[in-house]
Design a protein around this ligand. Structure first.
Ligand code: EPZ
Length: 420
C-alpha cells in the first residue's frame, strides 16, 4: 500500500469487525522466544509490523506455520542468539523486545537498531536501566547494542521513570528468567501489557499485579509453549468510531472490549455521540455537529496517545465540529507532524508546547503525505469527511497498523481505493 485515494463526503453506515491488536501482538511474538517451544497465536493481525516481526523471528531460526483458520504456529526451539539484520529490526519499534526475550532465553542479546514512528527521540534508557538492575552488562560491537548476563540474571526492585509500555514489557520478559523476585514499579498497565502478563503466566511464569502499576515476578523457572488469542485492537476500534464522527452516520464496531476504551467513550459522549455499548460491540450514532472538547493524552487508563491525531482531525473539521478543540499530548514530545498535512487541506491550528488548538475550518481535498501510522489515519478521517478527491501518499505507514482498511471502509459506504 503506497497511496490511498478517497472521494469523501459520504456518511458511514454499517459494521466492522475489529482485528487483533498490533501493540499486543508484537510483545507476545517476541516473548514466545522465552519458551523455546511451540506457541500458537490466534487473531494475529496481518499488518505489516506483525509480518515483519515474523520475518525477524524466522531470520533467527524460528519455524513459522500459518494454519488454516488463521492461527499462526511458531516453533521457537531452533532459534539462536544471532544479530538480526538492521534492515529488518530497524523498520519496527517492536524489535526492541528482542532484547528482553533473547537476554532471558540465552543470557545475551544484540540489536542493530529498532524503528518505529518518528515522534522525536525514542529512547530506551528505561529498558536498559532495568536490564542492568537484573545483572546484564551492556556494550556495543560494530555499532550494535549488546547485552550479556555472564553471571545470569537475578531479581531486582526496579522503578521506572515513567510508565513506559515498552520498558515494562521488555523488563518483564527478562525478569521471568531472573532467579528470585523482581518488582517493577511505575509499570505500564495498558491492556496489551496485561495480555503479556497473561501469556507469560500461561507459559508457566509467576506474575502478580497485572493491570496495576506494580508487577511482581518470581522468575528462574523454564517456560513452556502455549496458545494465546491476541486481544482486540482498541486503537483500531477507536479509529473507526472517530471516523463515524468525522464523516457522520452510524457505525458498529464488533469484537471489541469496551472496558479498554473508557476514556475514549467519555470523550465521544462529551462530543455528542450516541453510544450503545454491548459486551463485545459498540454502536455510535454521530451527532449533526460535534461539540469541541479538550483532550489530554496519558498512560492507560487515560485517553490513549495513539488516538490523538484521529480526534485532532475531527476537531479541525469545520463541517463537523463547532468550537475550538484542544489536544494536549502528554506522552510523546513531538506528535504534531500530521498537523502540517491537515493545514494543506485548510486546517487552522495553533501549537504551543504540548497543546494544539484547532480552529474549525471548512477543509478542502488535497494531496497529503502520511507522516506516520496514526497521523496517516487522521488524514484518512479528514479525507472521508471532505467532499472531493483527496490523495494520501506514503500510505504504507498506515498499513503498519490497519488490516483490510479498504474492505472495511468500503463496507461502511466510503469511496476509498488503496493503490500499490
Ligand atoms: C508503545 O510505544 C506503542 N508502540 C506506541 O504506539 C504508543 O504510542 C506507546 O506505547 C504509548 O502507549 C508499540 O507498542 C509498538 P513508551 P513505546 O515506552 O513502548 C518515553 C502506535 O501508533 N520513554 O510507553 O515505545 C518515550 O519517549 C505506536 O501504535 C523514555 O523516555 O512507548 C515516551 O515519551 C506509536 N525512555 C514515553 O516514555 C524509555 O526507555 C512513552 O513511551 C522508554 C520510553
Amino acid at each position: 500500500m503506497n497511496k490511498i485515494v478517497v472521494n469523501g463526503g459520504e456518511r458511514l453506515f454499517g459494521e466492522v469487525e475489529i482485528g487483533g491488536s498490533k501493540n499486543a501482538a508484537l510483545p507476545l511474538l517476541f516473548a514466545g522466544i522465552l519458551t523455546g517451544e511451540v506457541c500458537v497465536f490466534s487473531s494475529l493481525p496481518r499488518v505489516s509490523d506483525v509480518l515483519l516481526a515474523l520475518e525477524i523471528l524466522r531470520a533467527l531460526g524460528a519455524r513459522i506455520r500459518f494454519v488454516e483458520g488463521g492461527d499462526v504456529c511458531i516453533d521457537y526451539a531452533s532459534m539462536r542468539p544471532a544479530l538480526p539484520s538492521v534492515c529488518l529490526t530497524g523498520a519496527i519499534r517492536g524489535s526492541v523486545y528482542l532484547l528482553g526475550a533473547m537476554l532471558g532465553r540465552f543470557g545475551k542479546a544484540k540489536l542493530g537498531g529498532a524503528g518505529g514512528c518518528d515522534f522525536g527521540s525514542r529512547p530506551i534508557d528505561q529498558h536498559l536501566m532495568g536490564f542492568a538492575a537484573l545483572g546484564a552488562e551492556e556494550y556495543t560491537e560494530n555499532g550494535a547494542l549488546c547485552l550479556v548476563a555472564s553471571e545470569g540474571l537475578s531479581g531486582a526492585d526496579i522503578t521506572l521513570k515513567m510508565p513506559s509500555v515498552g520498558a515494562t514489557c521488555n523488563i518483564l520478559m527478562a525478569a521471568c528468567a531472573a532467579s528470585g523476585r523482581t518488582v517493577i514499579r511505575n509499570a505500564a498497565a495498558e491492556p496489551h501489557v496485561v495480555a503479556l502478563c497473561e501469556f507469560l503466566t500461561k507459559a508457566g511464569a509467576q506474575i502478580s499485579g497485572k493491570g496495576t502499576d506494580t508487577l511482581t515476578v518470581y522468575g528462574g523457572k523454564s517456560l513452556h509453549g502455549c496458545q494465546i488469542t491476541v486481544i482486540p485492537d482498541m486503537i483500531e476500534a477507536g479509529t473507526y468510531l472517530c471516523a463515524a464522527m468525522a464523516a457522520g452516520g452510524r457505525v458498529t464496531v464488533k469484537n471489541v472490549m469496551p472496558s479498554h476504551l473508557g476514556a475514549v467513550l467519555d470523550v465521544l459522549r462529551e462530543m455528542g455521540a450516541t453510544l450503545t455499548v454491548g459486551k463485545t460491540q459498540i454502536t455510535l450514532r454521530a451527532p449533526t455537529r460535534c461539540h469541541a472538547v479538550t483532550v489530554q493524552t496519558g498512560p492507560y487508563p487515560a485517553f490513549p496517545t495513539d488516538l490523538h491525531p484521529q480526534f485532532a482531525a475531527l476537531f479541525a473539521l469545520g463541517s463537523r465540529t463547532a468550537g475550538e478543540g484542544q489536544m494536549v499530548e502528554r506522552v510523546w514530545q513531538d506528535r504534531f507532524r500530521y498537523t502540517e498535512e491537515l493545514v494543506k487541506m485548510g486546517a487552522s491550528v495553533k501549537i504551543s508546547g504540548e497543546r494544539a488548538t484547532f480552529f474549525p475550518k471548512m477543509l478542502a481535498p488535497a494531496v497529503v503525505r502520511s507522516p506516520d501510522l496514526r497521523g496517516g489515519a487522521a488524514l484518512l478521517l479528514a479525507a472521508l469527511s471532505v467532499k472531493g478527491r483527496t490523495e494520501i501518499t506514503n500510505a504504507a505507514t498506515i498499513g503498519r497498523g490497519y488490516e483490510h482498511l479498504e474492505t472495511k471502509f468500503r463496507s461502511l459506504g466510503a469511496d476509498i481505493r488503496v493503490f500499490g
